[in-house]
Design a protein around this ligand. Structure first.
Ligand SMILES: C[S@@+](CC[C@H](N)C(=O)[O-])C[C@H]1O[C@@H](n2cnc3c(N)ncnc32)[C@H](O)[C@@H]1O
Length: 265
């Protein structure tokens, strides 16, 4: 049987795992049960070589840049100037004419009406009216959100309930659906998964705890007992078990003809 983890072990690991750069979680060694969609695959289906695309809350831009071969021109925006600085550094010379990054808040996008064919938002706050305003008629909005039940057993070990992630980390899907419908959009698809997820090692768990917005800043001196409890209670042959909860929403702005038709009815 493995010996219980000590404060000394955890201090050493916490000091060794390093800090997150941008929203890069590639340091985390993980595994999950099969999931019904892959965000990038879903988005690619809606992109055309001529598409103008806006990515809201783009972070360090890596995921958006990876989609660039599939669209015509793209703008990534984020409220955090450091993220935008890193996103610009991450842009290869071959993409500088195609993809740009700007410090802009999602609440007031400042772009002209109907400027985009596709608007994306992965794990960031959704401001419906602004999204619909900048979408062209028939344009598509796609968002993946962290679900409120994500990593429930870990949050519970700290005494935090569901919904404990920082502001903007989860959005009430039924409310979003209603807001998009009220703003002249059709719901194309809505999906959800909640599957088993494993941190393969303690280093990955600690890196993650130090990197996600939680109700309190994670500090190993303060929180080590809870970490030790999580490791003891949830260690399995596959790793430390928790759950991954994600939601997906795809909406389409109705064309003006369609709106006129429905006005006549
Ligand atoms: C969890 S990260 C997701 C980053 C990226 N989309 C990804 O999936 O890797 C959320 C990002 O949204 C940005 N953000 C939060 N509130 C925002 C707002 N009101 N306007 C624009 N960006 C915002 C944060 O700075 C952060 O970079």
């Amino acid at each position: 049987m493995e010996r219980p983890v000590t404060l000394e072990d955890l201090r050493r690991i916490a000091a060794s795992v390093g800090e997150r750069r941008g929203w890069d979680f590639s340091r985390v060694q993980d595994d999950r049960d099969p999931v019904p969609w892959d965000y990038a695959d879903v988005v690619r289906r809606y992109l055309q070589p001529s598409s103008h695309v806006l990515d809201i809350g783009t972070g360090e831009g890596k995921r958006f840049l990876a989609l660039a071969p599939h669209f015509g021109a793209g703008v990534g925006i984020d409220a955090d100037p450091t993220m935008i600085q890193v996103a610009r550094q991450n842009t290869p010379p071959s993409l500088v004419d195609k993809v740009s990054f700007e410090v802009v808040r999602a609440e007031a996008l400042g772009f002209p009406d109907a400027a985009y064919d596709v608007v994306l938002n992965r794990h960031a706050s959704v401001y419906v009216e602004e999204i619909v305003r900048v979408l062209r008629s028939d344009g598509i909005f796609i968002t993946q959100q962290v679900g409120r039940r994500n990593t429930q057993n870990i949050l519970a070990a700290f005494g935090w309930g569901p919904e404990s992630y920082g502001e903007g980390w989860w959005q009430e899907m039924p409310t979003l659906v209603e807001q998009f419908q009220q703003n002249g959009c059709a719901i194309i698809a809505r999906a959800e998964y909640d599957v088993r997820y494993w941190f393969r090692d303690v280093e990955s768990l600690i890196f993650w705890l130090q990197s996600v917005p939680l109700p309190e800043d994670f500090n190993i001196e303060k929180h080590w007992r809870q970490v030790a409890q999580i490791i003891t209670e949830y260690r399995t042959p596959k790793g430390i078990e928790t759950n991954e909860h994600r939601e997906l929403l795809i909406v389409q702005k109705r064309s003006s003809e369609h709106s006129k038709e429905s006005d006549k009815r």
